[in-house]
Design a protein around this ligand. Structure first.
Ligand SMILES: Nc1ncnc2c1ncn2[C@@H]1O[C@H](COP(=O)(O)OP(=O)(O)OP(=O)(O)O)[C@@H](O)[C@H]1O
Ligand SMILES: [Mg+2]
Length: 278
């Protein structure tokens, strides 16, 4: 090899794709006072890893993704992206929000093209790539439909194509399938896994649904109930890939890990519920 390093056995340090180091985030509350959402939270997500984050409602899951996206800045600690402190928007990530954020006045194709247009790709090339991505998410033939002419599942597919077309290294997903019916959801989950297997982007996937979290991920992270949430537990999911999300739920390996995580999560869910009753 030209650089003369052939045969070296020194380990190469690979920076995590996303690292939260002692992160804290406090919001001011309308009417006065503050609310600490996250306190001293540390978590690393390796390059190419699929990590699911579960936790009770209001525990700071979306806040965590917003920090990783660079939409929020931590009050304490650091957010690192491939080892570099994040300043401004995270340009190496795409963010799939929980709610629909497609532009209603643009067709599916034009919505998918947006990210490439922002990157100043010539429109003709952007169009070809948008059509290709729509086909990859199962929407060939729907290019000229407007969002209100598409079902909820189809709109999610357009949003997925919109997120993936810019070829992000990191995909941040906030309960992307929670509004879908069970069957559509399972099809979308399998499609997501198939796309992910192709080039293994780093995925941080937030969900309320522990079954979904396990079926998809390499690792499940449990956040505590707020305020001042932190990481309570991390569970490696050693289930073989490729996976079928419907089938894998029936295996004993799945049930074992489900029981272990639920043991911890149920207490946090109960705490969050009790807080809301006060
Ligand atoms: N911009 C903000 N200003 C004030 N408080 C906020 C703001 N964003 C979030 N919060 C509060 O921070 C807490 C955590 O919110 P977050 O949306 O991160 O929770 P979550 O875990 O995503 O909840 P859910 O599961 O319901 O989506 C909530 O109590 C919320 O009211
Ligand atoms: Mg949320």
């Amino acid at each position: 090899m030209a650089d003369g390093r052939a045969g070296t056995t020194e380990p190469v340090a690979v920076a995590a794709a996303v690292g939260f180091h002692g992160v804290g985030k406090t919001f001011s509350v309308p009417g006065g006072g503050t609310y600490t959402v996250l306190h001293n939270l540390s978590l690393t997500v390796g390059a190419g890893e699929f990590v699911s984050i579960v936790g009770p409602t209001g525990g700071g899951k979306s806040t965590l993704l917003n920090l990783a996206a660079g939409l929020l800045v931590p009050d304490a600690g650091d957010v690192l992206v491939f080892g570099e402190p994040l300043r401004g928007l995270n340009r190496r990530a795409s963010y799939l929000f929980q709610s629909d954020v497609l532009l209603p006045w643009k067709t599916a194709e034009h919505n998918v093209m947006l990210g490439l247009q922002f990157r100043r790709l010539p429109p003709a090339e952007a169009r070809v790539r948008a059509r290709d991505w729509l086909a990859r998410v199962g929407l060939a033939g729907f290019e000229n439909r407007y969002p209100h002419h598409l079902s909820g599942g189809m709109r999610r597919r357009v949003a997925l194509a919109q997120a993936l077309i810019i070829d992000p290294e990191i995909l941040l997903m906030d309960e992307p399938f929670s509004a879908l019916d069970v069957q559509t959801r399972q099809i979308m989950e399998n499609d997501l896994l198939e796309l992910w297997q192709e080039d293994r982007k780093t995925v941080v996937f937030v969900t309320h649904d522990l079954e979904e979290a396990i079926a998809l991920a390499d690792r499940v992270v449990v956040l505590s109930a707020g305020p001042a949430s932190r990481v309570l537990g991390e569970y490696t999911v050693g289930l073989a890939r490729p996976r079928d999300v419907a089938e894998i739920r029936l295996t004993t390996g799945f049930l074992d890990i489900y029981r272990r995580i639920w043991e911890q999560l149920r207490g946090e869910v109960a705490k969050a519920y009790a807080q809301r009753q006060r």
